[in-house]
Design a protein around this ligand. Structure first.
Ligand code: GDP
Length: 473
């Protein structure tokens, strides 16, 4: 509970040899990475598009790409070659063709990206959701072919669901790839029809117009991906897709648009928190009572020699070594993926979902809190007492929706109904949640990462949301 964590006081004042915030402000250019998630309806062309982008950016060597092409031709599915770049299933691996490909990280002129959960996986939706929970920015892929956009957007299409999900998890910046335009002869009318519908929809679910940009592309043909237009010039597209500042120039390509995503500010001065995604005995400089924990620092900074506390449990340790992206460092900050070697912690007392904190202001740990949820498509309506699995960071805990406080209009914030009996599909509601065991969390307004939750039932994500109040007990 809150009271419990307040009682934890530092045994020793942490040693601070390095002014990490000052160091970071000098070095940040080399360290900044954006977490990118690619979302969209199944078959919109996400894998093909990202595979082609990675190839165009030089992430896949020529020899490997040729092999994909030959293998794809052999089974009569030449168009699969680019999707295979991202396909990391065991099957594909056993074909021995995934070497020489870097699918998880790539750079554009001004930005470094971590591609979250490659969309080529068959179980893409659950992967997308775990990816979305860490995303800074997103590419939304829509299928522009006749009927293709409609089947992804209307009815049970995932376009809406994904766009709402990532927005409710804090993603503000979006590039929409209007894909497969080759199928409709690069029709400007079709492009405008789709972009207009999407602008209405996206601004309606909380995106700011200026933060949503569109690119007409073909992932398959490789048009307007890493270079403006090309694939032999594509005159049908070049005839109407112009740069807004110069009508004689073609408009920006997909990669140029993602290259201008604004960097979200990393909360490097806030109290240190690292949610543990994995842990193991040993590691660099390992000693008898030391343990290595991995995860992404959600806020604050840490340096060698500093004292930390594990929540829940309250056990303390000293940071002995820090790896950032597998390179040994003296310090690390919010946004870095790290391995911390900590002396003085008992591995028995650590679990996935534990949070390593500064002893000065550890995170709250509670079983009861309030959240604002967007409800997708639950198998049965969510009513008071609805049981599910609470998912946050890498943690899964059985929990119930103990009380539905109110439903409200996501656009205006206006309350629609107080104490409703149930929350219907697509609605937004304020609820109280009670978890079976204590979980570490923050208010969303204080921490984008530690204040996001999801609710699952029978292996499906049925709601996602943000923490709006934390209660003791
Ligand atoms: P995902 O499910 O969103 O990852 O979609 P895939 O990348 O697997 O693509 C689905 C299908 O659409 C495949 O048959 C692709 O070859 C095809 N496809 C993808 N992008 C394009 C495109 O730009 N043009 C055309 N004509 N077909 C495409």
């Amino acid at each position: 509970s809150g009271a419990e964590s307040a009682e934890i006081t530092p045994a020793v004042t942490p040693k601070r040899r390095i002014d990490v915030v000052a160091e970071y402000s000098v070095h940040q250019k080399n360290r900044e990475t954006l977490n990118l998630v690619v979302v969209g309806h199944v078959d919109a062309g996400k894998s093909t598009l990202m595979g082609h982008v990675l190839y165009a950016l030089g992430q896949v060597n020529e020899r490997t790409m040729k092999k994909f092409e030959r293998d794809a031709e052999k089974i009569g599915k030449g168009s699969f070659a680019f999707a295979w770049v991202l396909d990391e299933t065991d099957e594909e691996r056993s074909r021995g063709v995934t070497m020489d490909i870097a699918t998880s990280a790539f750079s554009t002129q001004h930005r470094k990206f971590t591609l979250l959960d490659a969309p080529g996986h068959r179980d893409f939706v659950p992967n997308m959701i775990s990816g979305a929970s860490r995303a800074d920015v997103a590419i939304l892929v829509v299928d522009a072919s006749t009927g293709g956009f409609e089947s992804g957007f209307d009815g049970n299409g995932q376009t809406r669901e994904h766009a709402i999900l990532i927005r409710s998890l804090g993603v503000r910046q979006l590039v929409v790839a209007v894909n497969k335009l080759d199928v409709v002869e690069w029709s400007e009318t079709r492009y405008l029809e789709i972009t207009n519908r999407l602008v209405d929809f996206l601004t309606g679910c909380g995106y700011v117009k200026e933060d949503v940009r569109f690119a007409p592309v073909s992932g398959l043909k490789g048009v307007n991906l890493a270079h403006r237009i090309t694939a032999d010039g594509t005159p049908e597209l070049a005839s109407w897709y112009h740069d807004k500042d110069s009508a004689s120039e073609p408009g920006p390509c997909l990669v140029e648009l993602i290259d201008t995503f604004a960097m979200p500010e990393r909360p490097v001065s806030k109290p240190f928190r690292l949610a543990v995604t994995d842990f193991f005995k040993g590691g660099t400089f390992s000693s008898a009572n030391s343990v290595s924990v991995t995860g992404r620092i959600s806020q604050g900074n840490v340096q060698i020699g500093e004292h930390v506390v594990m929540v829940p449990g309250g056990e303390r340790g000293v940071v002995k070594a820090i790896d950032v992206d597998f390179v040994t460092e003296e310090w690390a900050v919010a946004g870095d993926s790290v391995v911390l070697m900590i002396q003085g912690l008992d591995i028995q007392h650590i679990s996935v979902g534990s949070v390593v904190c500064t002893p000065e202001r550890p995170i709250q740990c509670t079983t009861r809190f309030e959240a604002q949820l967007v409800v997708f498509d639950p198998p049965v309506p969510i009513t008071n007492g609805f049981p599910g699995l609470l998912h946050m960071q890498s943690l899964n805990v059985p929990a119930v929706v103990s009380r539905i406080i109110e439903t409200f209009d996501q656009r205006s914030g206006e309350v629609l109904k107080r104490r409703p009996r149930h929350i219907r599909k697509g609605a937004t509601a304020r609820v109280e949640i009670v978890a079976e065991t204590p979980v570490c969390l923050e208010l969303f307004k204080d921490s984008k990462e530690l204040g996001r939750i999801m609710l699952r039932k029978n292996g499906e994500t049925i709601a996602a949301g943000i923490v709006t109040a934390i209660y003791g007990g």
